[in-house]
Design a protein around this ligand. Structure first.
Ligand code: BG6
Length: 486
């Protein structure tokens, strides 16, 4: 892969929460490891009135707070001078000229990182274009939300395309920056023994869970207009599903991988309005206890009644040869009992049990890929309990567990944003989402929302600290499948 590093990084939202928690610490780490282009200048932009000097102090404070350990003070000392600041109001056309002057010469390449409300994409792209910050040498990274349905996403994509061609547009899904998510490809395509059973003949069902213990956090303005389906399923969960379901790409390459993912999205069966009540469940957390703390219900946190879902469970299908008849159960929620991202693949039962006549009970094999907080791969396999078998053969499911944390102990686990920022700076789009992927994702999501509206479906209440409304349990139990909850 040829690297094409830029000379400047323009960071919008440079004083926001994401910048403090993730972007500045990630950039510092890359700097400390000597991975940033030597002369890279980082220009922060936000509405606040910082100078270069006071923004460096701001960044230092963010590092103190969010990267208190594993820091090399000398490296902090050489990192901070890379930072500059320009007060910018994206909605004010007069803001762009001073910004362009601050950025200066763009011939060495500029990477823009834009994280903003959907309503500001248009003024931002037009403003950047007007002052020469959208030309051939300039690429743009876009943080979600990239719209709230297919129509608005198309509008944003069209607007962005006015200034930036697709090969200069980097749509961020931070799940793709996670090491364990990339590891799904290593597991599937770096080993020969999974692939022959990785299909409807070998697999009974697949579960994907992203559970979180946090609630609304201070994000009411965004979250209440989004809800769990748009916030988590439309991007992160569908990306996980695609990596699990896609055909083997011929090469580890930006086009091959994204082509295969896009094919999965296009093959997803649209949920018809009449099927929405049977195939989807929505919930909203009420008061309860989560992660050992008494917590308020969503409405109370928000300060007003709302019909926004904080939990969603869906039974999805992929209509192609490989996956015909295999349900993909997806669920995600806030204020669940634990924080966990996991994929559980349940294989088919053996075609005939030779142990049945001797009392031995078999469970189907299960492969669990735990993405976070721990990182492991666990295969549940049947084994014979030691004994003389005089009262029958006793079989038990035992775990064959590969802890990636332990195996790669001592190898630095990088923040997802380190990977994504570096790829943006160097121009590698492999782990960014292409326009056709995003639009196919929204097409599937919109069909679900239409079903909710057509059926007047409102989220069912669930106590904080539980696994969602009981209907979510029924969603799988109807098919004789139990969610992996422990
Ligand atoms: C974000 C969502 O994209 O992902 C948040 O907007 C969610 O609501 C977060 O909390 C989860 O990310 P992670 O990396 O903590 O699993």
């Amino acid at each position: 892969m040829t690297r094409n590093p830029v000379a400047k990084l323009l960071l919008f939202g440079a004083t926001g929460d994401l910048a403090q928690r993730m972007l500045l610490p990630s950039l510092y780490n890359l700097h400390a490891d000597g991975l940033l282009p030597e002369d890279l200048v980082i220009i922060g932009a936000a509405r606040s009135d910082y100078t270069d000097e006071s923004y460096r102090a701001f960044a230092k404070k963010a590092l103190d707070q969010f990267l208190p350990k594993d820091r090399d003070e000398d490296a902090v000392g050489t990192f901070l001078p890379r930072l500059q600041f320009q007060a910018t109001d994206l909605s004010d056309p007069a803001s762009y000229q001073p910004l362009a002057e601050k950025v200066g010469d763009v011939s060495g390449g500029v990477a823009i990182y834009l994280s903003t409300a959907p309503s500001l994409f248009e003024p931002a792209v037009k403003g950047l274009e007007a002052v020469g910050l959208a030309g051939e040498t300039i690429r743009i990274g876009l943080e979600k939300p990239l719209g709230y349905d297919l129509a608005s996403s198309k509008e944003i994509n069209d607007t962005v395309a006015l200034g930036f061609s697709e090969d200069r547009t980097f749509r961020i899904d931070h799940y793709l920056g996670k090491e364990t998510v990339q590891n799904i490809m290593a597991l599937r395509f770096g080993n020969s023994f999974f692939e022959p059973v990785w299909n409807a003949q070998g697999i009974d069902n697949i579960q994907i869970t992203i559970s979180e213990t946090v609630g609304l956090e201070d994000r009411a303005g965004y979250y209440d207009g989004a809800g769990a389906l748009r916030d988590m399923v439309a991007n992160h969960m569908l990306q996980l599903l695609a990596l699990i379901a896609m055909e083997p790409p011929a090469r580890y390459d930006v086009t091959e991988i994204r082509d295969e993912k896009a094919k999965v999205f296009r093959s997803m069966r649209l949920i018809k309005p009449e099927d929405a009540p049977r195939c989807t469940v929505t919930g909203q957390y009420a008061g309860g206890a989560s992660a050992g703390k008494i917590v308020k219900g969503y409405d109370e946190e928000l300060g007003k009644p709302s019909t926004t879902e904080t939990f969603v469970a869906i039974k999805a299908h992929i209509d192609n040869w490989r996956w015909q008849g295999v349900p993909f159960y997806i669920r995600t929620g806030k204020r669940m009992p634990v924080r966990r991202s996991e994929i559980a693949i349940q294989f088919k039962n053996v075609p005939h049990s030779m142990f049945a006549g001797r009392g031995g009970l078999l469970q189907p094999n299960m492969l669990v890929i735990r993405l976070q907080p721990e990182e492991y791969i666990q295969l549940l396999v049947m084994a014979k309990e030691p004994g003389l078998d005089r009262d029958g053969v006793r079989l038990r499911e035992v775990p064959l567990k590969l802890s990636l944390d332990a195996e790669f102990q001592g190898t630095r686990r990088r923040i997802a944003y380190e990977r994504l920022l570096l790829d943006l700076i160097e121009g590698d789009q492999t782990l960014f989402v292409r326009r056709d992927e995003v639009e196919a994702q929204w097409t599937w999501i919109d069909a679900i929302r239409e079903g909710w509206t057509a059926n007047g479906m409102k989220p069912k209440s669930y106590p904080a600290g539980s696994w969602g409304p009981s209907a979510a349990i029924a969603l799988t139990e109807r098919d004789g499948v139990t969610w992996m909850d422990d």
